[in-house]
Design a protein around this ligand. Structure first.
Ligand SMILES: [Zn+2]
Length: 56
């Protein structure tokens, strides 16, 4: 998996820093990744499955 912005491979799951600041366990935002190269945080979201194409 590569960063869609800079193409680097150093991607890690993004942990929400607000939870850690409040003394709670860091929450991993669903689908969020952070690039350690360009410091961008982006999300990869599963939308759904393609419906089977029905021939008519
Ligand atoms: Zn990047």
């Amino acid at each position: 998996m590569y960063c869609p912005y800079c193409g680097d491979e150093d991607l890690r799951p993004h942990e929400d820093a607000r939870g850690a600041a409040a003394g709670q366990a860091p929450q991993t935002a669903p689908g969020a990744w952070e690039c350690r190269s360009c410091a961008r945080v982006f999300s990869v979201r599963f939308i759904g499955l393609l419906a089977p194409v029905v021939a008519r």
